[in-house]
Design a protein around this ligand. Structure first.
Ligand SMILES: Nc1ncnc2c1ncn2[C@@H]1O[C@H](COP(=O)(O)OP(=O)(O)O)[C@@H](O)[C@H]1O
Ligand SMILES: [Mg+2]
Length: 236
C-alpha cells in the first residue's frame, strides 16, 4: 500500500536451522504508533533487527518511504530517517548525558544545538542532568537517554524494542507519556512491548507475534477484543 511509511512483505528470517519468522507482513502508516506485542521468544526483536538492517531476511521485502531497504546497512537507514533503539540498549555509563547524545549524532550531519534542544524539550530531566555521568542515573532515566539517542538523529520512524523492560510501574507510565509525546512531535513509532496494556494505551494499530507469525489485531478500539479472542482460542 502506498500510504504506508513502512511495509514488511512476506519476510522470513532464520538463525541457522531455526526459522524465527515465517512470511511476516506488516505495515506502518505515517504519523501513527504501531505496537507489536507477544511473548518472550516469539520473534519480535528479530523482526525489528531485520527492518533495521542488522539481520538479513531469507525471503521477502521491506520498503521504507517508498524505497526497498532490504540489505541496507543500519547507518544508511539512519540517514534515511529510520532509527532503532535496541532491547536493553546500554548507554555509555562513564560518559555524561551530553557525551552520550553526541556519540549518537556521529552518523548524521545535524546541528548539535538544534538536536539537543529538541530532545531536552522532550526530556527536561536530561537537560537537568546533561553533565552527569549516565551510569549514575536511574534505570528509567537511562532508558530515556537511550530513546533520546535515537531521537537526536531526527528520525521519521523510530523503532523502540521493549522500552519499559525492567522498569517500575510509575516509570512505565513516564515512558508511555514519552511515546505519546514523540508521536505528537510528528515521529512515527514502531513499538515492541510485552506489556499489552501499555502498548494498547499508546498505539493506533496493533499486531501480535506468536509462533513466528505476525497477526494483525486491528485499530484502536478493536485490538483488545481481537487479542482476548486469540488468547481464548489458545487456551480453550
Ligand atoms: N542471535 C541469535 N541466534 C540464534 N537464535 C536466536 C538469536 N536471536 C534470537 N534467537 C532465537 O529466535 C527466537 C526469537 O527471538 P527474539 O526475536 O529475540 O524474540 P522476542 O524478541 O519476541 O523475545 C528465539 O527462539 C530466540 O532464542
Ligand atoms: Mg525481544
Amino acid at each position: 500500500m502506498t500510504d504506508r511509511i513502512l511495509d514488511v512483505d512476506g519476510v522470513s528470517v532464520s538463525y541457522g536451522d531455526l526459522t524465527v519468522l515465517r512470511d511476516v507482513n506488516a505495515g506502518v502508516a505515517p504519523g501513527s504508533v504501531v505496537a507489536i506485542v507477544g511473548a518472550n521468544g516469539a520473534g519480535k526483536t528479530t523482526l525489528l533487527r531485520t527492518i533495521a538492517g542488522v539481520k538479513s531476511p531469507d525471503a521477502g521485502t521491506i520498503t521504507f518511504r517508498g524505497e526497498e531497504i532490504s540489505g541496507r546497512e543500519p547507518h544508511q537507514l539512519i540517514h534515511r530517517g529510520l532509527t532503532y533503539v535496541p532491547e536493553r540498549h546500554r548507554v555509555f555509563p562513564e560518559m555524561t548525558v551530553q557525551e552520550n547524545l553526541r556519540t549518537a549524532l556521529v552518523p548524521v550531519e545535524r546541528d548539535r544545538r538544534e538536536a539537543f534542544e529538541q530532545v531536552f524539550e522532550l526530556f527536561p530531566i536530561l537537560r537537568e542532568r546533561r553533565d552527569q555521568e549516565a551510569g549514575t542515573m536511574s534505570g528509567g532515566q537511562q532508558q530515556m537517554l537511550a530513546i533520546a539517542q535515537g531521537l537526536v538523529t531526527d528520525p521519521t520512524l523510530i523503532m523502540l524494542d521493549e522500552p519499559t523492560l525492567g522498569l517500575a510501574p510509575k516509570i512505565v507510565e513516564d515512558i508511555r507519556d514519552t511515546i505519546l509525546a514523540i508521536s505528537e512531535s510528528g515521529v512515527t513509532v514502531l513499538l515492541v512491548d510485552e506489556k499489552v496494556e501499555m502498548a494498547a494505551a499508546v498505539s493506533d494499530e496493533m499486531y501480535l507475534m506468536r509462533k513466528n507469525t505476525l497477526t494483525y489485531l486491528g485499530e484502536r478500539g478493536e485490538f483488545e477484543a481481537a487479542y482476548n479472542r486469540i488468547l481464548e482460542e489458545t487456551v480453550g
